[in-house]
Design a protein around this ligand. Structure first.
Ligand code: SAM
Length: 236
C-alpha cells in the first residue's frame, strides 16, 4: 500500500473526507490516509496523530519520503491531545476497536467543539461508537459495510445533531447492526451477521456445558437476545 493506492478500507474512509477539509487522522500508522488525500490534492494540509513510537516514526518517514512534511504534521500523542481546539474540522479514526475509538472521542471531547464531521472505521464493536455518538449529540449520516481480503469493515460517518433520527423506533437493533446498514440489508451485511450468529451459537453451546453461575446465565441471556435481533433481520 502507498499514497497512490489505498486499501479499499481506507479508500472508503477517504471518500467521506470532504475536499478541502482540515483533517486530523488519529492512530495514523504510516500516515497512509493523510498522504493519499494531500498528494492527490483533495486536501491541502493534515495532522497525523500517533501514540506509539514505531508507527509514529513510520508516519514521519512516509511523509518525508513523499516530501509532504510541510503539509502533513505528524504529532506524537494520545488520541485527540495532538490537536488544538478549532484546529481541524474533520477527524478520522480507523483500524481500531470501536470501544477504543469511543474512548478516544470521550477523552478528547473538548477538542470536538468545532469539528464538523467524524469518519470512523471500527474493526469490531461498532455498537460502542453508535452508543457514544447517540449519548454525545452526534447523528449518524452515512454507514457503509465493505469486504476486503476476507474481512468485513464498517465505516461510520457522523455530524452534529439529529442523533436519534436514524433509529426511529428501532434503537436496540439499530445500535447493534447499524440503522442504515440494517435497512439496506446487503449481502456483505448478511454475511457478517450470519458469521457473528454462528460464533454466538458456539459460545452458547459451550455455556450450556459450563458449570451454572449467575454470570454464565447473564451471558447466555445476552447472547440469546442478540441472536434474536440478528435473526429478525436475516429472515427478511
Ligand atoms: N489508521 C490506520 C489504518 O486504518 O490503517 C492505522 C490502524 S492501526 C491498526 C491502529 C493505530 O492506532 C496503531 O498505529 C496504534 O498505535 C494507534 N493508536 C492506538 N491507540 C491510539 C491512541 N489512543 N492515540 C493515537 N493512536 C493510537
Amino acid at each position: 500500500m502507498n499514497s497512490e493506492k489505498l486499501s479499499k478500507r481506507l479508500e472508503t474512509v477517504a471518500k467521506y473526507v470532504p475536499v478541502g477539509a482540515r483533517l486530523a487522522d488519529i492512530g495514523s500508522d504510516h500516515a497512509y490516509l493523510p498522504c493519499y488525500l494531500v498528494s492527490n490534492g483533495l486536501i491541502s494540509h493534515a495532522i497525523a496523530g500517533e501514540v506509539v513510537e514505531g508507527p509514529y516514526q513510520s508516519a514521519k518517514r512516509h511523509v518525508e519520503e513523499l516530501g509532504l512534511f510541510q503539509k502533513i504534521l505528524v504529532r506524537k500523542g494520545d488520541g485527540l491531545e495532538v490537536i488544538q481546539p478549532g484546529e481541524v474540522d474533520i477527524i478520522s479514526i480507523a483500524g481500531m476497536g470501536g470501544s477504543l475509538i469511543a474512548s478516544i472521542l470521550e477523552q478528547g471531547k473538548e477538542k470536538l467543539e468545532q469539528v464538523k464531521r467524524l469518519v470512523l472505521q471500527p474493526n469490531i464493536s461498532a455498537i460502542s461508537i453508535r452508543e457514544w455518538l447517540l449519548d454525545n449529540g452526534w447523528g449518524l449520516i452515512i454507514e457503509e459495510i465493505i469486504e476486503e481480503d476476507d474481512k468485513i469493515y464498517e465505516i461510520l460517518v457522523a455530524e452534529r445533531g439529529n442523533e436519534h433520527e436514524p433509529y426511529q423506533n428501532n434503537l436496540e437493533q439499530g445500535l447493534l447492526l447499524g440503522p442504515y446498514l440494517l435497512q439496506e440489508n446487503n449481502p456483505v451485511f448478511r454475511k457478517k451477521w450470519q458469521m457473528e450468529k454462528e460464533t454466538w451459537l458456539k459460545i452458547l453451546n459451550q455455556l450450556q456445558h459450563a458449570s451454572p453461575s449467575s454470570q454464565n446465565e447473564d451471558k447466555r441471556q445476552e447472547l440469546l437476545k442478540k441472536i434474536k435481533l440478528v435473526e429478525e433481520i436475516l429472515e427478511k
